[in-house]
Design a protein around this ligand. Structure first.
Ligand code: ADP
Ligand code: ADP
Length: 220
């Protein structure tokens, strides 16, 4: 039996663990993982016009303009695999993006089902960012200390080479955190007022956070 499409948002500052949890939660919920940062990095790697436009913003750790970002994500959500819904990671990040998403869904008689707000103290985030490594092939995140791969430098899932993102430096992450507090954190109130926000303590082990998220989505 077909169920109604489900749209779930992972909200949280840079390196809160959204990507790590999204891999697990998208399997659990049977929803495609739609990550705006991954979409930008895919465009950068393939040297598309969109990638060229986004690069300077990403390098500085500031947000890519709303018009570019909204068009890219709504296009992704219009792909056939998203007829069941999506697990959104890193989008929306501004009120304008949140409103554009609500409007696009409302036009189809749909709405966001739940927003999972993952909180982690800033100092812990800086340590998570600087030790982060990603698989070049599938994008799976690792951490040299907190979540190392079985074989150093190699992805457990597909054997891909691990790399460090150019923007994962301490200087850039401080900027990204400032941007988060200024432009993204207002979304917490926006979704809380709609009654669809669940707070998750992200400063626990990866498995404990997964359990908290699974409990939070159980009723959706
Ligand atoms: P985001 O997608 O929110 O930017 P990631 O999932 O890429 O965050 O995680 C950032 C870094 O922190 C990665 O190196 C990841 O391995 C690590 N990490 C994720 N969750 C935890 C956790 N609960 N405890 C310790 N480290 C974590
Ligand atoms: P992290 O989870 O570590 O913050 P992401 O991979 O989500 O990193 O994002 C990397 C960069 O891509 C951001 O610093 C920003 O420049 C750009 N970006 C990603 N998502 C958005 C968005 N929703 N709006 C604007 N810019 C974005």
């Amino acid at each position: 039996m077909a169920t109604n499409p489900k749209f779930v948002i992972l909200l949280g500052p840079p390196a809160a663990g959204k990507g790590t949890q999204a891999t697990r939660l998208s399997e659990h919920l049977q929803l495609p993982h739609v990550a705006s940062g991954d979409l930008f990095r895919y465009n950068l790697k393939n040297q598309t016009e969109l990638g060229r436009k986004a690069k300077a913003y990403m390098d500085q750790g500031v947000l890519v303009p709303d018009d570019i970002t909204i068009a890219m994500v709504l296009d992704r959500l219009s792909q056939p695999d998203c007829t069941v819904g999506a697990l959104l990671d890193g989008f929306p990040r501004t009120l304008a993006q949140a409103e554009a998403l609500d409007k696009a869904l409302a036009e189809k008689g749909l709405a966001i089902n739940g927003v999972l707000n993952i909180s982690v103290p800033d100092e812990e985030l800086i340590e998570r960012v600087t030790g982060r490594r990603l698989c070049r092939t599938c994008g799976e995140p690792y951490h040299i200390k907190f979540n190392p791969p079985k074989r150093a430098g190699i992805c457990d899932k597909d054997g891909g080479e691990l790399y460090q993102r150019d923007d994962d430096t301490e200087a850039t992450v401080r900027n990204r955190l400032r941007v988060y507090w200024e432009q993204t954190s207002p979304l917490i109130g926006y979704y809380r007022d709609k009654g669809i926000l669940v707070d998750i303590d992200g400063a626990q082990s990866i498995d404990a956070v997964t359990e908290a998220l699974k409990a939070a989505v159980a009723g959706l």
